[in-house]
Design a protein around this ligand. Structure first.
Ligand code: SAM
Length: 199
């Protein structure tokens, strides 16, 4: 097999999806304030993966950057959960500015406690909270995500995500794959992403 192209990272950086003015503003704000948003590549990936989803759930909203992509990609309602009240308020404003306020509910809550009171179903779930909460959130999703539902988890190359990785990959109720990826504009740019389809 021939070697991959020289300077592949630079080449892929050039292929970063373009952003509209609101997304650009949120990217600049996140860089200034050190808010770890998914960035344009994972944003576009979420948009593509969410296509057709009817009930979407995001754990970890921050300013609503990834939420915006989920709402644009999905067909139905998005619920997003953020424990920081000032970030939740900013996300509501940003989503309203994007014309998505009707389709997105920003819940200000501790994700694990909130999940315990939910009935679902959610056919698309995105994890982007503290990584050591992922394993408990996964246990809740066994009940909330029906067969065929998709789970996407960010930052799964972090050591705190290892209990989640072990639980997910050892559970026959999910068909999972974990990737170590180069993700321009993501923080960090080399990180793990995990996708799993509910069986
Ligand atoms: C990485 S940021 C989310 C970024 C966002 N998904 C995006 O890409 O635009 C993680 C957010 O999750 C929130 N968070 C972390 N642990 C949480 C928990 N257990 N419950 C609710 N929110 C949590 C943090 O306050 C933070 O705003």
């Amino acid at each position: 097999m021939p070697p991959i192209i020289a300077d592949a990272e630079e080449h892929f950086r050039q292929l970063t999806p373009p952003a509209d003015p609101l997304l650009k503003e949120l990217e600049a704000e996140a860089a200034r304030e050190g808010i770890p948003i998914v960035g344009p590549v994972v944003g576009r990936l979420l948009e593509i993966l969410a296509a057709g989803a009817e009930r979407l759930l995001e754990l970890g909203t921050a300013t609503g950057y990834a939420t915006l992509h989920l709402a644009r990609g999905g067909r139905g309602r998005v619920t997003t959960v953020e424990r920081d009240a000032s970030l939740a308020a900013r996300a509501r404003e940003n989503l309203a500015q994007a014309g998505l306020a009707e389709r997105v509910e920003v819940v200000c809550a501790e994700a694990l406690a909130w999940l315990a009171g939910q009935e679902g179903p959610f056919d698309f779930v995105f994890f982007d909270i503290e990584k050591d909460d992922y394993a408990a959130a996964l246990a809740a999703c066994r009940r909330l995500v029906p067969p065929g539902g998709l789970l996407v988890a960010d930052n799964t190359a972090f050591p705190d995500a290892m209990p989640f990785q072990r639980a997910l990959h050892g559970d026959p109720g999910w068909r999972a794959v974990s990737l170590l990826a180069f993700l321009p504009g993501h923080r960090p740019e080399k990180d793990g992403l995990t996708l799993a389809r509910r069986r």
